[in-house]
Write a protein that binds this ligand. Structure first.
Ligand code: ADP
Ligand code: MG
Ligand code: MG
Length: 900
């Protein structure tokens, strides 16, 4: 088998689409050679060798040695120099390069092939002894660290590594000679230092530094393969989801030198600005420097051109003015590369005595706003197709466009005080308050506040609405606070465990800091980090024309409809502005919170603690106008589009007031004693309310509750019809597990529909009646349920909860461990568990449509706005997904990508 691929001259054996075999770096080096760019010759050892190496007890395939020697010969011919030759030596770099880019995670060794003999030849050739000695001592420093120590598995004590000890020798010499900086070292100094280094290597590692160039080469190759299993590389792969068995390739490439003097340089650049997407060549460079000096941040680099200068860098020399001819050449190459790859690229180059060499290119990483702008610009430039433009933007990145973010420059120097789960993306700063009431009060006074709570419950909702952001010490990504915050597009961090709140003193402590009410903090909800003080924000680009254009483009391709979960007319119109085509979930109960008036809530409470049907009917009658008004407002905001209204779902006790004061008020309004009220409240207590008296079960034990809601819906719709509008309510019964439950409610709907039609003199009120599929039994018996349901909406939050038997409110105790130990590949509450919960959905779809071929099917769980889940919903043939308003754009993009 072929294990080694040559590149150089005019022709390479590999090409760009051979990334799996040659790694990204190797494949792209080959491609650059093929399109005629100046690339120093070299060869790539395939990723298969890496895999074989680890399989066979760290032994290479037997053909490898000869293939490497043959390729090296070709490189020597190309470069007119000979590896290890004492008169005309070739030096090489040995570079790692996996399929997916893992920047800085693995090793690269430069200047391989230098020893006391070959360096004399190089001095004669270059007439630059200082540069040669400097390269030699760099080799010893790098090689002894990477090859002789790390790859050999030696773990020195903190600060006692061979590299540090060599650096200490360098410092010692500078001190002895009275030098300030490395550049003061003369050729003779460096020559002396090399001998000191060698002695030190022998002393620290008990082995001499290898003089034999071949031994150096094979040592470096092995070290690169070893670095695939290095700690850094392994954890990076975990984080990025890169499989361990991909392996890395090794690139052996002739050295070119950016450190030969003032006409030499090295640099890194992007074909467009990766932070903004603006179309201009963007980069940094350093004169008289080698290798990683730029990326590693050892020296402050200069801007590559005049256009790229900022307030910060305007006094620094640009390559454009320092070496105009070389710059022009580079500008031409980057243009050529972008045209060839049809994408923004990240490139590395080196200039040796005025001659330019290309050392790397790859598709560049970019942020959300830049990704969107570049995709649309490139479409306009006819560089890419519409489909490609849509596929170029990662749906998750759209979030970055919709929320304000912390100015990244300010963030790098900010003081971090806590870390939690990134529940609501974006950034926000404000003054700390510890209660919902304070949040509302401060906000009314025009202040920006961050609501800090142990955890949040429905009663905090007003404070959450008023606050800029929410921070909790407990809770997970699907906790109430997180759910609500995301729905509002609010920045939110939950489960910041280091935070301890002292409500009495109105202070909190975290990681040694004590903060009090009114202190400023800033949250990065995308990363889950809390900072001290007020950091500057960058405005989100909701009106970004590129964003709007991308959305329109997506609409040309997607088949799935996108609806939103909204409970208020404000949310409904927000979602409409993001392009929602109807409401997939209107939660009746949410209208009782966050209202300016306490009235509806107190009426609801009255209804809940009623004892007799009479009492209850009276309370319901009082409640009716509020419910009707709210539904009417929402139906109106969504005119023409469907509005799925779910009947009352949560367990009743959630609505019973907790405070003594509230309870007294309620008892009074019912004309009963406090004891009596407490008794009734007590009787509502349930051991497992999530599986208790909720949803359709309420509607069956108290049919009058369903009846009131259905009547409110139909009367609201009837009034709108009379006003010339086209409302379209879809009545949705939750928590159904048996067809008879639905039938019972369906009969109520039919009866009330008839009554309201008569009352308003209408022939009919257009509507649908349907159910949520959120209990496994409902999915399994969907054929029966479809006899009474005109639509299904998968409630995947509950379906996941009951499918796994995981209590959503208690997963914090074990789910992190499950993910850590890879019991589950990811949080099933975030992305649909396609294998299990997804199978229930597929069964539901198939059985439901078997009974009723035109059954409308959607999803209204949190998953409806998660890109992977959206693709799944497309694939199993749903008609729509419904998600929180701020996720509508993400769902539009994901749905378009699914259809391409
Ligand atoms: P990484 O994958 O971490 O970016 P590289 O293999 O690209 O590592 O090497 C880091 C730097 O070393 C490169 O950016 C380049 O400047 C320098 N380098 C690598 N090979 C050569 C070479 N043959 N000649 C000159 N410089 C090189
Ligand atoms: Mg690189
Ligand atoms: Mg539910």
């Amino acid at each position: 088998p072929k294990y080694v691929y040559f590149f150089g001259g005019k022709k390479a054996e590999g090409k760009a689409d051979m990334k799996e075999l040659l790694g990204g770096k190797g494949a792209n080096l080959a491609e650059m050679v093929n399109i005629g760019l100046p690339v120093p010759a070299g060869f790539t050892i395939t990723t298969e060798v890496c895999t074989a190496y680890y399989k066979n007890n760290k032994k290479y395939p037997k053909e490898l040695k000869q293939q490497v020697l043959d390729a090296l010969k070709k490189v020597e011919n190309e470069m007119g120099a000979k590896f290890g030759d004492k008169d005309n030596p070739l030096l090489v770099s040995v570079r790692s390069g996996a399929r997916a880019s893992m920047p800085g995670m693995m090793e690269t060794i430069l200047n391989v092939g230098l020893n006391n003999e070959t360096r004399e030849g190089l001095i004669k050739k270059t007439n630059n002894p200082r540069f040669v000695y400097d390269s030699h001592r760099r080799l010893i420093q790098m090689y002894s660290d990477v090859v002789m120590e790390k790859a050999a598995g030696i773990e020195p004590e903190e600060g006692k590594g061979v590299r540090q000890q060599l650096e200490a020798e360098l410092e010692k010499m500078k001190e002895a000679k009275g030098y300030q900086s490395d550049v003061d070292l003369t050729a003779d100094d460096l020559k002396e230092l090399i001998e000191i280094y060698k002695a030190k290597v022998q002393e620290v590692l008990g082995k001499p530094f290898p003089e034999d160039p071949m031994e150096q080469l094979w040592g470096a190759i092995a070290a690169v393969f070893q670095s695939w299993m290095g700690k850094r590389a392994i954890s990076y792969r975990r984080f990025e989801g890169i499989p361990d068995d991909w392996g890395t390739a090794v690139n052996v490439q002739s050295m070119v030198f950016g450190n030969m003097g003032d006409t030499s340089a090295t640099g890194v650049a992007f074909t467009r600005n990766p932070a903004t997407g603006e179309k201009y060549f963007y980069g940094e460079w350093l004169p008289n420097a080698q290798g990683e000096d730029v990326v590693a941040g050892i020296r402050t680099p200069n801007p590559i051109n005049e256009i790229g200068k900022s307030e910060h860098t305007k006094h620094l020399p640009s390559l454009e003015t320092a070496m105009p001819k070389v710059y022009k050449e580079l500008l031409g190459y980057q243009k050529m590369l972008e045209k060839h790859y049809r994408d923004m690229l990240d490139i590395e180059f080196t200039i040796q005595e005025g001659k330019l060499y290309m050392l790397q290119c790859r598709v560049g990483k970019r942020n959300g706003p830049a990704a969107v702008k570049m995709a649309l610009d490139m479409l306009q430039e006819k560089l890419i197709t519409k489909e490609e433009a849509i596929l170029r933007v990662n749906p998750a990145q759209l979030d970055e466009l919709l929320h304000p973010i912390i100015d990244p420059k300010a963030e790098t120097t900010a003081t971090m005080v806590a870390k939690g789960l990134p529940a609501g993306p974006g950034g926000a700063s404000g003054q700390i308050v510890f209660s919902s009431e304070e949040a509302v009060k401060w906000a009314k006074a025009g202040k920006r506040v961050i609501l800090v709570r142990e955890e949040t419950n429905p009663e905090d909702i007003e404070g959450m609405r008023a606050a800029e952001a929410i921070l909790t010490a407990r809770g997970g990504m699907t906790s109430h606070a997180a759910l609500v915050a995301r729905g509002w597009g609010k920045c939110c961090i939950v489960g910041a465990g280091s935070i301890k709140i002292n409500f009495k003193d109105k202070t909190m402590t975290t990681n040694g800091y004590t903060l009090k009410e009114g202190d400023w903090i800033t949250l990065n909800g995308t990363k889950g980090v809390v900072y001290l003080g007020e950091l500057p924000m960058i405005k989100a680009a909701e009106e970004n024309p590129y964003f709007q254009k991308l959305m329109k483009l997506c609409d040309q391709f997607r088949r799935l409809k996108i609806r939103t979960n909204a409970d208020t007319p404000e949310d409904a119109s927000k979602a409409r502005s993001f392009g929602a085509e109807g409401i997939g979930l209107f939660r009746t109960e949410h209208m009782f919170y966050g209202k300016n008036s306490e009235e509806p809530l107190s009426k609801l409470r009255k209804m809940i603690v009623s004892k007799t049907e009479d009492e209850r009917r009276k309370a319901l009658d009082e409640l009716f106008p509020y419910v009707k008004a709210d539904i009417k407002g929402t139906l109106e905001a969504m005119d023409k589009y469907g509005v799925t209204i779910r009947t009352l779902d949560p367990p009743l006790h959630e609505f019973v007031p907790h405070s003594q004061e509230e309870r007294e008020k309620l008892a009074k309004s019912l004309g009963i004693t406090l004891e009596e009220l407490n008794e009734r409240a007590e009787s509502l207590h349930e051991n497992n309310p999530m599986m208790g008296h909720r949803g359709v079960r309420l509607g069956i034990t108290f049919p009058e509750v369903t009846e009131m809601q259905v009547r409110a819906i139909f009367e609201a719709a009837a009034e709108l019809i009379k006003e010339g509008k086209k409302p379209f309510p879809e009545i949705m019964i939750p928590v159904v597990s048996h067809v008879n439950e639905l039938k019972h409610q369906y009969d109520i709907v039919v009866r009330v529909h008839k009554e309201v039609c008569e009352k308003f003199g209408l022939k009919k009120i257009p509507h649908l009646t349907g159910t949520m599929i959120e209990i496994p039994r409902a999915a399994l018996t969907a054929n029966k349920i479809a006899e009474y349901a005109q639509f299904f909406s998968f409630g995947t939050n509950d379906l996941t909860q009951m499918g796994f038997g995981f209590s959503r409110d208690d997963i914090g105790g074990f789910l992190p461990d499950y993910l850590e130990k890879k019991i589950l590949p990811e949080d099933p509450f975030q992305s649909i568990d396609q294998e299990g919960v997804g199978e229930l959905m597929k069964i539901g779809v198939a059985k439901g449509r078997a009974t009723r071929p035109d059954l409308k099917i959607g999803i209204c769980g949190e998953h409806g706005g998660e890109p992977k889940s959206v693709v799944f919903c497309h694939n199993i043939g749903l008609d729509y997904v419904s998600c929180s308003p701020f996720r509508v754009p993400i769902a539009r993009l994901a749905a378009a990508q699914a259809a391409i």
